[in-house]
Design a protein around this ligand. Structure first.
Ligand code: T5A
Ligand code: NA
Length: 213
């Protein structure tokens, strides 16, 4: 569409999401990807969901820590609301050229709630209209292996049987934005694969791939 001249002004950042079971390595890899991109001069920020710093995020955190009880649908909507409250800022950052590396997003929202037995379409509905990721990096790991890593803590969903169901829903949610990376490989190998996939994505976005809901 636009002329070569306005390409630079339109260059936008990428929305890159990491997904996977609990203990699949998302947070470790987000940190590594962030510092790699920063040291290569990119404007980049690391985000995470749930964002436990907001009022809604604090309700979610206390639920995850088993300090409060909530109806399954109520907590589902809070997780979604936690993404909605950051949507406008997310759009501004992306449009101003900042790439966001996001630790969990809508796929977590849908997979974890569906694994509890909630209707899949019902789970997806509140996510409609959030910004669509340009790239989803799924760290694939058998639930049994994830459970061995440092052991699960006491958070609500850190149970093997539940994680197995979550994995099934994640597989059902895969779409064209996904790249599945073997999360059982050595950390440095995973890191290298993610760098390459992220760089490709960032270049495509800079070259005019549109931002969509
Ligand atoms: N949730 C979340 C919902 O139900 N709905 C939603 O909408 C959202 C957004 C909190 C919970 O909330 C649920 C999902 C979660 O159950 P969280 O705070 O992100 O989500 O918590 P976790 O995903 O559980 O975060 P973890 O810290 O447990 O897992 P990570 O980030 O995937 O793993 P990481 O990087 O901390 O690594 C775990 C361990 O494995 C080692 C690391 O050193 C570490 O000890 N490790 C490796 N070991 C060997 N080889 C590798 N390649 C390794 N990579 C990492
Ligand atoms: Na994490």
């Amino acid at each position: 569409m636009g002329s070569t001249d306005d390409k630079t002004s339109m260059a936008r950042g990428s929305l890159i999401v990491l997904e996977g079971l609990d203990r699949s390595g998302k947070s470790s890899q987000c940190a590594k990807l962030l510092s790699y991109l920063q040291s290569n001069g990119f404007s980049v920020e690391a985000w995470r969901f749930p964002d436990r710093t907001t009022g809604i995020g604090q309700m979610i955190s206390s639920y995850l820590l088993n300090e409060s009880q909530l109806d399954d649908r109520a907590i589902h909507l809070l997780f979604s609301a936690n993404r909605w409250e950051k949507r406008a800022l997310m759009e501004r950052k992306l449009k101003s050229g900042t790439t966001l590396i996001v630790d969990r997003y809508s796929y977590s929202g849908v997979a974890f709630s569906a694994a509890k037995g909630l209707d899949l379409q019902w789970c997806k509905a509140p996510e409609e209209g959030l910004i669509a990721p340009d790239l989803v990096l799924y760290l694939d790991i058998p639930p049994e292996k994830a459970a061995e890593r440092g052991g699960y803590g006491t958070e609500r969903y850190e149970k093997l049987e539940f994680q197995k169901k979550v994995a099934e829903y994640y597989y059902a949610l895969r779409d064209s934005s996904w790249e599945v990376v073997d999360g059982c490989l050595k950390m440095e190998v995973v890191e290298e694969k993610l760098r390459e996939l992220a760089m490709n994505c960032i270049l495509k976005c800079q070259n005019g791939k549109p931002l969509v809901n």
